[in-house]
Ligand binder design. Structure first.
Ligand code: APR
Length: 167
C-alpha cells in the first residue's frame, strides 16, 4: 500500500494538507499531541476551536492550521480505554473514518495521524494500531481521496508496532 506511510517524529512539523489532533471533547486543548499542536499553531487555533462547541467521541472537526506548516487540523476525540468492553474499538475506528471523510470532503491529498488514544487515554498501542491500519485500508478500498495517509509515531513502542503492521 504506497498510499500509507510511516513517519517517526513530531506531527506539528509535517508539511501536509492536514494533521489530526487527538483532542478531548471540549476541543479546548490539553497535553500530549493536543498541547503540541496548539502551541505550534498559536492562539488563533484555540479561538476557532472555541466556536465549534466541542466534539463527541468518535467524531471529527476541521480547523485552519494557522502557524503550523499543515494547512488544516482535523480534531478528533478518541475513546478512553476502559478495558475494551465499552465500544472502544468502534469509537476509535470512527475517529479514523470521520477524519478521512472530512479530508475527502475538503479534497485534501495528505493527512497525518498520531496514534490516537494511546497516550493519556490509555488505549493499548498494539490494539489501537490494528484498528487504525484496518480502518485506513478499508477506507482506501472505496475512496481515492485523500491520496495518502501518514502514520506519525512519536514513541518507540508505536514505531515498532506500526512498522510490524505495515510490513
Ligand atoms: N507528534 C506526534 N505524536 C505525538 C506528539 C507529537 N508532537 N506528542 C504526543 N504524541 C503521541 C503520543 O506518544 C501518543 O502515542 O500521540 C499519541 C496520543 O497521545 P495523547 O496526546 O496523550 O492523546 P490521547 O491518548 O488520545 O489522549 C487525549 O490527552 O492531551 C490530552 O487534550 C487531550 O484530553 C485529551 C487526551
Amino acid at each position: 500500500m504506497d498510499r500509507i506511510e510511516l513517519v517517526i517524529g513530531d506531527i506539528t512539523m509535517l508539511h501536509v494538507d492536514a494533521i489530526v489532533n487527538a483532542a478531548n471533547r471540549t476541543l479546548l486543548g490539553g497535553g500530549g499531541v493536543d498541547g503540541a499542536i496548539h502551541r505550534a499553531a498559536g492562539t488563533s487555533l484555540l479561538e476557532e476551536c472555541r466556536g465549534l462547541g466541542g466534539c463527541p467521541t468518535g467524531e471529527a472537526r476541521i480547523t485552519k492550521g494557522y502557524h503550523l506548516p499543515a494547512k488544516y487540523v482535523i480534531h478528533t476525540v478518541g475513546p478512553v480505554w476502559h478495558g475494551g468492553n465499552q465500544n472502544e474499538p468502534a469509537l476509535l475506528r470512527a475517529c479514523y473514518l470521520s477524519s478521512l471523510r472530512l479530508a475527502e470532503e475538503k479534497r485534501l491529498q495528505t493527512i497525518a495521524f498520531p496514534a490516537i488514544s494511546t497516550g493519556v487515554y490509555g488505549y493499548p498501542k498494539e490494539k489501537a494500531a490494528q484498528v487504525a491500519v484496518q480502518a485506513v485500508k478499508e477506507f482506501f478500498e472505496a475512496h481515492t481521496e485523500p491520496e495518502k495517509v501518514i502514520f506519525v509515531c512519536y514513541d518507540e513502542d508505536n514505531v515498532q508496532i506500526y512498522s510490524s503492521y505495515l510490513d
